[in-house]
Design a protein around this ligand. Structure first.
Ligand code: BG6
Length: 484
């Protein structure tokens, strides 16, 4: 179970992602016995901190982001002993590279070496070039690239080519943390391990698919990044399209990385390009205005920013996968900040039974895959109404809650992914052609939105989004599934 000893060098080690996600993820894997004691986590960033100060920050991060019951003093000490810090500007050739090479060369030489780039993506090439020039890129050294890989196809290409000069493609691990979510991987298990589902997994039986990633948070401290990105680039191009791929892909030949990635890229390439009138009828973009979430008044996006902006905090799309399996099945995708509730889910609505047996037409079966929180499944089935002597039907729900059922904590997505990079197991990482195919599909949407073809809708913080998104589905006789 334990991975090989490793040296994990994190660029951007004082940033929010490292504190909130990466350090706690390493800690949890130490608790589960997967991290050997000789492993080292080497944080680097520009701040001139010494090791003890950085260890103090790491401790604070664990205190904040690890469940209180899991914060165990002896284990925390063990963990902090693995944590090092080098003050270094990775994008500059004349920075403190001796500090990093010194640390790497004084450790055991059989450690798996992983570089994790959690900095601005436009620095990825420069950091790779410097690592290479200093002789730190060993033959099987891996590099993990955080999203976003670029802001469009051209910049993604530049980054991929730039990093590709110094690392081999099979050593490049492009992270999409949605693939690290257990319930996202469950789509593969559910679809291919259950004949009950695989038999009906097509447009013959499925009427529509909805993929939602709703958040209650606003832009937090990230306005500078977020306002240049928006929800389409931040969530759809990567996370939601990846989920869509798993729902829609043909059965892969195996669970080998390339078999799965070939199947996913085939989906991305079969997404019908949104063009012409469909850009206005099948895309909705919106910004939140002031409202109330959990009894708290929150400001609108523009008020938070303090200036005008054309950046969307809400996206809803109607996509189509042009394969025989999915003929005429809409894939509705939506994601936003400041919605009513934090929930990510996949909703499969089946075609209703064609029967005249009952006084009224039966409702459609619906399967909800609850990605988070409360990981599990809900089935909506029609049963006989017990209070009725004719054959009136009622909607019965069948719920499973994986956490309590398996008596396990559902791990954070980063835990597995961080160690998969050490294992050299890339199935849950994105191949270059996937990134590019995804950018290619969102390009016409970005263009139409940038030139104002699609008006900016508004929605109150705490609502489920703009009316236009409801109308988009209504046009096809569909409604959004509101998980309340
Ligand atoms: C990140 C986005 O990739 O995913 C954030 O940059 C977003 O804006 C986050 O908040 C959502 O992830 P999760 O795991 O909380 O659904």
């Amino acid at each position: 179970k334990q991975v090989k000893p490793f040296d994990y060098v994190v660029f951007g080690a004082t940033g929010d992602l490292t504190m909130r996600k990466l350090l706690p993820a390493f800690y949890y894997r130490l608790l589960s016995g997967e991290v050997p004691d000789s492993a080292r986590i080497i944080g680097t960033a520009r701040s001139p901190l010494d090791r003890a100060t950085y260890q103090g920050r790491a401790r604070d991060a664990l205190k904040r982001f690890v469940a209180p019951a899991d914060f165990k003093e002896a284990q925390v000490e063990r963990f902090l002993n693995m944590v090092y810090y080098v003050s270094l500007d990775g994008s500059k050739a004349d920075s403190n590279w001796e500090g990093l090479s010194g640390l790497l060369s004084e450790g055991p030489q059989d450690h798996v070496r992983v570089f994790y780039f959690a900095t601005a993506p436009n620095l990825y090439e420069a950091v790779s070039a410097n690592l290479h020039a200093k002789g730190l890129v060993t033959d099987d050294a891996r590099v993990v690239l955080e999203k976003p890989i670029g802001t469009d196809l051209a910049t993604a290409d530049e980054i991929n080519t730039g990093v590709g000069k110094f690392f081999k493609e099979n050593n490049i691990f492009r992270i999409d943390h949605y693939l690290g979510k257990e319930t996202v991987q469950d789509v593969i298990a559910l679809r291919f391990a259950n004949p009950l589902l695989s038999a009906v997994w097509s447009g013959d039986y499925i009427k529509s698919v909805q993929i939602t990633a709703a958040e209650t948070v606003g832009v937090e401290g990230r306005a500078a990044y977020y306002d240049t990105s928006g929800a389409l680039r931040d969530m759809v191009q990567n996370h939601l399209l990846q989920v869509l791929c798993l729902v829609a892909m043909e059965p892969p030949a195996s669970l080998e990385a390339d078999a799965v990635r070939d199947a996913k890229v085939a989906v991305l390439k079969s997404l019908r390009p949104l063009a012409g009138d469909r850009l206005t009828s099948d895309t909705v973009r919106g910004q939140y205005v002031a409202g109330e979430i959990n009894e708290e008044n929150v400001r609108g996006y523009l008020e938070e920013l303090g200036h005008a902006s054309n950046t969307e905090t809400y996206v809803a799309l109607r996509a189509e996968v042009d394969t025989p399996r999915w003929k005429n099945v809409p894939f509705y995708i939506r994601t936003a900040k400041r919605l009513h509730r934090k929930v990510s889910e996949i909703v499969i609505t089946f075609k209703p039974a064609e029967t005249n047996l009952f006084p009224q037409a039966p409702k459609a079966n619906v399967l909800v895959i609850r990605v988070q929180p409360d990981e599990g499944l809900t089935w909506h089935l029609s049963v006989k109404d017990p209070q009725d002597d004719s054959f009136e039907l009622r909607d019965a729900t069948m719920d499973t809650h994986f956490g309590p059922q398996f008596k396990v904590r559902y791990p954070d997505a980063y835990e597995r992914l961080l160690l998969d990079a050490v294992r050299g197991y890339p199935v849950l990482f994105i191949r270059r052609d996937e990134v590019e195919a995804a950018w290619r599909w969102v390009a016409p949407i970005m263009e139409a939105w940038a030139n104002g073809t699609v008006p900016m809708s508004q929605y109150a913080a705490g609502s489920w989004g703009p009316e236009e998104a409801t109308a988009m589905l209504a046009e096809h006789g569909d409604t959004w599934h509101e998980a309340i």
